[in-house]
Design a protein around this ligand. Structure first.
Ligand code: ZN
Length: 130
C-alpha cells in the first residue's frame, strides 16, 4: 500500500492530489485494474470533480459549507460540522487503471478535502489487479 503525506494549511481546503496518485500508479506493478484511494480520517474526505477551473473547487467548498444545518451539535470536540461534511462526501474513490495510467475523464481530478485543518494527513492507495 502506498501512502501520500499531506500538510493542510487552512480549516477547509481542497488539495488536488491527482499527480501524487498518478505517480504511485505508474510505479505500481498493476498495469490493468483499479486504484483505490482511501482517506483514513473522520474530518477529511476525497472526491473526484473538475480540476481545470479552480473556481469549481471553490464553489464546491462554499456549497458544502452552506449545506450545514443550523442545529445544535452534540459532539463535544466542536468540529461536528467537519464530521458531517466528511460523511456526506465520503472517504474513498476508485479509479480505473489501464496501461499503467489512471483513467480519469478529461476534466476530472482527484481532490483531498480538508474539513478541520490545518493538520498532517495521509491518503492510502491500493492497486488492485483487474
Ligand atoms: Zn470531532
Amino acid at each position: 500500500m502506498d501512502r501520500i503525506q499531506l500538510q493542510t494549511s487552512r480549516r477547509r481546503e481542497l488539495l488536488d492530489i491527482t499527480s501524487f496518485v498518478a505517480e504511485a500508479v505508474a510505479a505500481s506493478p498493476v498495469a490493468e485494474g483499479v486504484c483505490h484511494i482511501f482517506v483514513p480520517h473522520t474530518t477529511a474526505a476525497v472526491f473526484i470533480n473538475e480540476g481545470a477551473d479552480p473556481a469549481v473547487g471553490e464553489d464546491i467548498l462554499e456549497a458544502l459549507a452552506a449545506m450545514l444545518p443550523k442545529i445544535p451539535f452534540k459532539h463535544m470536540e466542536g468540529n461536528a460540522d467537519a464530521h458531517v461534511l466528511a460523511s456526506l462526501v465520503g472517504s474513498s474513490v476508485t479509479v480505473p487503471v489501464s496501461e499503467g495510467t489512471l483513467k480519469l475523464g478529461t476534466w476530472q481530478a482527484i481532490f483531498f478535502l480538508e474539513l478541520d485543518g490545518p493538520r498532517r494527513r495521509e491518503v492510502w492507495l491500493s492497486s488492485l489487479r483487474a
